[in-house]
Design a binder for this molecule. Structure first.
Ligand code: PMP
Length: 321
C-alpha cells in the first residue's frame, strides 16, 4: 500500500497498458533496473490553459525519451505516437489540469547479470501535481553550491540521454548542496568550467546577452534551455551558446537555472566548494536579487506554457485531443 502524500493528486499510474491505483505496487525487487539503474526516463510538465490542459513540448520530450532508450540499448515496445497517447491518457485519468509527468522505461524482471538478456523492457507513466521544485520561496532567488565532483564528461558517456543510473551523481550532489546549507548544486565539468545543475541547465546574463553552454561542456541540452534561447531572442536579447567559466558566473549580472521541474529560477548567490582543499568562497550574483532579464523570461515562459502567447502555441499539445 503506497500513500500519495508526496505525490499530490496522483490517482492512477499507467503500467504496461493498464491503469493501476496509485496505492498499488507489485514489481519484483529482483528487477534489473532497481539494481543497476538500467532505466530511462523523462520529466515533462502539463500546464493549465484557457482551452484545457496542455503538455509542453511533448514531441521533443518523446524524441529524447526514445533517444535515451537507444543509448540504453533498449528495444522500446511502443512507438512515439503510442507513448504520446498513453501520456495524454495518464493526465486525463488523473483529472489533472497541470502536473508533472514521468514516463519510465526499464529493464524489468528476468535475469540479474549485468547484461539484461532475459529482461523485458517495460513502460510506466505517472502524473501528479508538482509545484515549485525548489520550494515556493525559490522565485526570490536561490543559493547555488559548486560541488567538488565534476560532471560525468561527454566523452565518458552520452550525456544527452536521461539514464537512471547516471542520476546517482545528481542525487548525491543535490543532497550535498542541501547538507552544506544551500538550495541547489552546480557541477563543474572536467575542464573546470560550469556544466549544469543536477537536473537543470545554467544561464548567465552579462551586458544584456544570455549565455548558456551545451553538450560539449558536458551539459544536457535541455528542452527548457532551448525554449529560453528562443524566447530570449524573440525578446531582443543576444544569445550565445558557449563555455561559461567560474569567473563568468561569479561576475555575471544575473544567473538562473532552467529545466522542466524547476522552470526558471534566479540564482542569487554561488558558493564555490569545488576544491575541497581550499576554503569555500561566496559570490553574490549581480545585485544579489532576481534580475530584470530573468524576471522578464519567467514572465514570457509563463505566458508561453499557459497558452497566453499565440506565437508559442506550437509548443503545446492539448491533452483532450
Ligand atoms: N540537465 C539535467 C542533468 C537534467 O536532468 C535536466 C532535466 N531534464 C535538465 C538539464 C533540463 O532539461 P529540460 O529542460 O529538458 O527538463
Amino acid at each position: 500500500m503506497f500513500l500519495n502524500t508526496n505525490f499530490p493528486k496522483a490517482k492512477k499510474y499507467w503500467y504496461e497498458g493498464k491503469f493501476r491505483d496509485w496505492s498499488e505496487g507489485g514489481l519484483h525487487p529482483m528487477m534489473h533496473a532497481l539494481h543497476y539503474g538500467t532505466c530511462v526516463f523523462e520529466g515533462i510538465r502539463a500546464y493549465s490553459t484557457a482551452k484545457g490542459p496542455v503538455v509542453f513540448r511533448l514531441p521533443e520530450h518523446n524524441d529524447r525519451f526514445l533517444l535515451s532508450a537507444g543509448v540504453a540499448k533498449m528495444k522500446c515496445p511502443y512507438t512515439k505516437d503510442e507513448i504520446t497517447g498513453f501520456i495524454k491518457q495518464t493526465v486525463r485519468a488523473n483529472e489533472l489540469d497541470s502536473c508533472y509527468i514521468r514516463p519510465l522505461l526499464f529493464y524489468s524482471y528476468g535475469n540479474l547479470g549485468l547484461v539484461p538478456k532475459a529482461c523485458p523492457v517495460e513502460l510506466a507513466i505517472g502524473a501528479w501535481e508538482w509545484g515549485a521544485y525548489l520550494g515556493e520561496n525559490a522565485a526570490r532567488g536561490v543559493s547555488a553550491y559548486i560541488v567538488p565532483w565534476r560532471r560525468v564528461h561527454h566523452t565518458q558517456f552520452n550525456m544527452s540521454a536521461k539514464l537512471g543510473g547516471v542520476y546517482v551523481q545528481s542525487t548525491i550532489a543535490g543532497l550535498e548542496a542541501r547538507e552544506q546549507g544551500f538550495d541547489e548544486a552546480i557541477f563543474l565539468n572536467m575542464e573546470g568550467r560550469v556544466a549544469e545543475g543536477p537536473g537543470q541547465n545554467v544561464f548567465i546574463v552579462k551586458g544584456g546577452t544570455l549565455v548558456t553552454n551545451g553538450r560539449l561542456e558536458s551539459a544536457l541540452e535541455g528542452i527548457t534551455r532551448t525554449s529560453i534561447l528562443e524566447l530570449g531572442q524573440d525578446l531582443g536579447y543576444k544569445t550565445v551558446v558557449g563555455p561559461i567559466t567560474k569567473q563568468d558566473l561569479f561576475g555575471a549580472d544575473e544567473a538562473f537555472y532552467c529545466g522542466t521541474a524547476v522552470e526558471v529560477i534566479p540564482i542569487v548567490t554561488v558558493t564555490d566548494g569545488s576544491d575541497p582543499t581550499m576554503p569555500k568562497t561566496l559570490h553574490s550574483i549581480g545585485s544579489g536579487k532576481p534580475g530584470p532579464v530573468a524576471l522578464r523570461l519567467i514572465q514570457a515562459f509563463g505566458d508561453a506554457v499557459s497558452g497566453r502567447n499565440p506565437r508559442y502555441e506550437k509548443w503545446l499539445t492539448y491533452v483532450a485531443k
